[in-house]
Design a protein around this ligand. Structure first.
Ligand code: IPM
Ligand code: MG
Length: 358
């Protein structure tokens, strides 16, 4: 029997509710199966850890994660600690430390979910956004001088390397090639940003030659937002820079019905390091501790985790269970207009999994 070592990092806010829920559904899958099991290790890093130790995670935290098969992450964010401290001290430290350069964000309108676009059926919105996840606008390069003085200066430098751009665009072409429509949209802003984004476009043209069977086009990021709303069915796979994809993926999640459903995978496609899976919603302090959080974003992230570790069958079973549950309005959480609790949705998914046990 294969035993997968999973690091669980709930982090802050509703992360502490949805990650244990994710662990429960993974346990439910393993319970009905003789082929694999999970060995979870919980890491209590985040805001509380910061208050006790002055850092979001220990100095040598990455070493504790290195040997894991995957990481299940909740969210980082605490109303009493500046956002850039929580982000850079934990999530980005892991993404960048483990060179998880491909951030993959699928969006679909799941059965039973009421999405805001008129004239947009479930088949018209089936996207995957690939986000560059290690450099660009999130490179962390920049600084401040003359702090507090009228002549204060501050910079955030966006860094793009040819190697970094090539690997993310190649990853996106490969992903597009594996999907039925074999179609990729490369998002850019090379009209205004005339250096790095022009290189980005050039790399796209070069890499496209390796994928003659993938149809591709280029779209400026501002026009892309309008296209997502007006012509959703013209989109399949999308690749964009770190910040562009951050913004587009929130729009995508909202168009699919709720931020509470959307999953993401921070992948090291070269498998030198563990990859990290997390719901895209944040810590949502306004609803924390009330059992109202939608665990579906975490469950769908668990589907991606299972696909990554090679348990495609279990991934399919979990996705089917999720879709049966979303199709039931009585099992909708507040973000979907219902009044089901995190626990009710979790138990329903676990019951569905048990019902399909082999
Ligand atoms: C995301 C989030 C993060 C980001 C936040 C929490 C800093 O919005 O994963 O999309 O901007 O990367
Ligand atoms: Mg975001």
């Amino acid at each position: 029997m294969k035993i997968y070592k999973i690091a669980a990092i709930p982090g802050d806010g509703i992360g502490k509710e949805v990650v244990p829920a994710g662990q429960k559904v993974l346990e439910a899958l393993a319970a009905g199966c003789r082929d694999f099991a999970f060995e979870f290790e919980d890491f209590g890093w985040g805001g509380d850890y910061f208050r006790a130790h002055g850092a979001m995670m220990p100095e040598d935290g990455l070493d504790a994660l290195r040997g894991k098969d995957a990481i299940l992450f909740g969210s980082a964010g605490d109303p009493h600690i500046p956002d850039h401290v929580t982000l850079w001290g934990l999530r980005l430290k892991i993404c960048q430390g483990f060179d998880q350069y491909a951030n993959v964000r699928p969006t679909r309108i799941l059965p039973g979910i009421d999405a805001p676009l008129k004239r947009c059926g479930p088949d018209d919105l089936n996207w995957v956004i690939v986000r560059e996840n290690t450099e660009g606008e999130y490179a962390g390069v920049g600084g401040r001088a003359h702090q507090g003085h009228p002549i204060e200066v501050a910079t955030d430098l966006s860094i793009m390397t040819r190697a970094g751009v090539e690997r993310i665009i190649r990853f996106a072409f490969r992903l597009a090639q594996s999907r039925p429509r074999r179609q990729l949209t490369v998002v850019t802003k090379s009209n205004a940003q005339r250096h790095a984004m022009v290189m980005w476009d050039e790399v796209a043209v070069q890499v496209a030659k390796e994928f003659p069977d993938v149809r591709w086009d280029k779209e400026l990021v501002d026009a892309m937002t309008a296209r997502m709303v007006n012509r959703p069915s013209s989109i399949d796979t999308v690749v964009a820079t770190n910040l562009h994809a951050d913004i587009l993926s929130d729009l995508a999640a909202a168009l699919a019905g709720s931020l509470g459903i959307a999953p993401t995978a921070n992948l090291d496609p070269d498998r030198r390091y563990p990859s990290m899976f997390e719901p895209i919603h944040g810590s949502a302090f306004d609803i924390m501790g009330q059992g109202l959080a939608n665990p579906v974003g975490t469950f769908w992230s668990c589907v991606m985790l299972l696909e990554h570790i090679g348990e495609a069958g279990a991934a399919r079973r979990l996705m089917e269970a999720i879709e049966i549950v979303t199709a039931t309005p009585a099992l909708h959480t507040r973000d979907l207009g219902g009044d089901a609790t995190t626990d009710e949705v979790t138990r329903a998914v676990c019951r569905q999994i048990a019902a399909t046990a082999r």
